[in-house]
Design a protein around this ligand. Structure first.
Ligand SMILES: Nc1ncnc2c1ncn2[C@@H]1O[C@H](COP(=O)(O)OP(=O)(O)O[C@H]2O[C@H](CO)[C@@H](O)[C@H](O)[C@H]2O)[C@@H](O)[C@H]1O
Length: 448
């Protein structure tokens, strides 16, 4: 068990960052979003820590954190639950004190205000690995740590290739870190680009190859993953930049400026940073295919851990299912499911068709009163049980948890709307994908 390093996982800090995956983040933080039927996004980064033998993990949580805190403490506290002894996930929920008033103002402020925990005598960590809690990727952090130690860096950033690709395919994201490195992969420039800065991708790509000052410079995207020496972290946060709130916009560029050694670790594996609904939808669709691209949920070398659930096996009656993943405890009648993710405890009625969709399932099995057929009123939501009713058709949609969808409905984005807020009706359209809100009721016969 490696004790000299501890992980700090960022839960979700602000209203702004939570808007990226809205409405999935309406009542939960990004890391608590269900993925691939059985898991939560944060399971990927916690599992990376466990599989990299990093035994001490702090999770800093703040915004909409109830379900994240609950998941982390039930799945990973007390060690034994995921079958791994000696690992400890400690949730540090945002707090206020006599000295520290107000909420955490950003990633740097959050870490600074937890330094008293991180500096505690029983904490033997000499390095911290700082990790966003909602990215989907598999990384052996020991490789990152080896680069950090071998280069004797104060800070090491994990970076991904192809910034130009990122610009083309992800122009909706609010910010990202642009990293330029020399031939030794030492970071010589780090710039956080906000949405307001209109950056021309072609010009950026050229800049990286035509740069005059360096013989060889390459540009990368920061993954928001940093290893920092404990001493450097304390000095940066307390002495050099005591008022800085953000690691990416203030601390990392500041460290380079004052001459600290900032190294890069180039990661070329699958990485999805879930910057918007389309990215989440794409990653979910990839999970239904047994291809080499995308996140490998079936890799026995690096298990994806989560909260073990006591669920019965899925009951599949006369259903036709292709290219899909089905979570535990589902009840699937004579339905047709294609290219979809079906979350735990999903119930689908006869003759319904689900295509290219993500169903997040339910927290409970239907109780008789609310879903009672005898009190059902046609054309209203009254009496509709949790799940998908009979003879319904859903295509290219994300159905959040505990949704009650009636019979004879169609959710296909029939008017091909790209962006639309219909929260009052129980759904939002983002990037052409219909997202039905958690706990929403879609009455019989609805057409979306
Ligand atoms: N007070 C707080 N408490 C707990 N958690 C908090 C927090 N404030 C923020 N977080 C969380 O910390 C992570 C980093 O969030 P930021 O909003 O600072 O950066 P962003 O994700 O835009 O970009 C970052 O990640 C991209 C890659 O996705 C990089 O390119 C870029 O340089 C980097 O800033 C997110 O998981 C966020 O939810």
């Amino acid at each position: 068990m490696i004790q000299s390093v501890a992980a700090i996982v960022f839960g979700d800090g602000s209203k702004e960052s939570s808007m990226r995956l809205y409405p999935l983040t309406k009542r939960r933080s990004e890391g608590a979003i269900p993925i691939a039927a059985n898991y939560r996004l944060i399971d990927a980064v916690i599992s990376n820590c466990i599989n990299s033998n990093i035994s001490k993990i702090y999770a800093l949580t703040q915004f909409n954190s109830t379900s994240l805190n609950s998941h982390l403490s039930r799945a990973y506290s007390g060690a034994g639950l995921v079958g791994k002894q000696g690992f400890d996930v400690e949730v540090i929920a945002a707090y206020q004190s006599r000295e520290d008033q107000g909420w955490f103002q950003g990633t740097a402020d959050a870490v600074r205000r937890c330094l008293w925990v991180l500096e505690d005598d029983h904490n033997s960590a000499l390095e911290f690995i700082l990790l966003p809690g909602h990215h989907l990727y598999k990384m052996d952090y020991q490789k990152l740590l080896a680069i950090h130690r071998n280069s004797n860096a104060d800070i090491t950033l994990a970076v991904a290739p192809s910034p130009a690709y990122h610009f083309r395919h992800n122009n909706r994201r609010s910010s990202f870190g642009y990293v330029e490195v020399n031939s030794e992969n030492e970071v010589i420039e780090f710039r956080e680009t906000r949405e307001s800065e209109k950056m021309n991708p072609t010009a950026e790509a050229e800049h990286s190859t035509n740069s005059k000052n360096c013989i060889s410079r390459s540009s990368y995207r920061s993954m928001g993953i940093y290893v920092i020496k404990k001493d450097a972290m304390i000095k940066l946060l307390r002495e050099y930049f005591p008022r800085a709130n953000d690691l990416a916009t203030e601390i990392i560029p500041g460290a380079i400026k004052i001459g600290m050694k900032v190294q890069s670790y180039i990661f070329d594996g699958y990485w999805e940073d879930m910057t918007d609904i389309e990215a989440f939808y794409k990653a979910s669709m990839e999970s239904t295919r047994n291809s080499t691209s995308g996140y490998n949920f079936y890799d026995i070398e690096s298990t994806l851990y989560t909260l073990p659930k006591c669920l019965p096996p899925s009951l599949i009656m006369d259903a036709i299912i292709t290219d899909s993943i089905i979570g535990g405890g589902c009840i699937l009648n004579s339905c047709n499911i294609k290219g979809s993710v079906i979350g735990t405890r999903t119930r689908i009625g006869d003759r319904s068709v689900i295509e290219d969709s993500v169903l997040m399932g339910a927290d409970i099995y239907q109780q008789t009163t609310y879903g009672d057929q005898s009190i059902r009123e046609e054309g209203t939501g009254i009496g509709i049980p949790i799940g998908i009713g009979e003879n319904s058709y859903i295509r290219k949609a994300i159905i959040d948890k505990n949704v009650r969808i009636g019979k004879n409905i169609r959710i296909t984005n029939k008017d091909n709307v790209q962006e639309g807020n219909r929260e009052a009706l129980g759904y939002i359209i983002s990037g052409g994908i219909v997202i039905v809100l958690r706990n929403a009721v879609i009455p019989d016969g609805s057409i979306i």
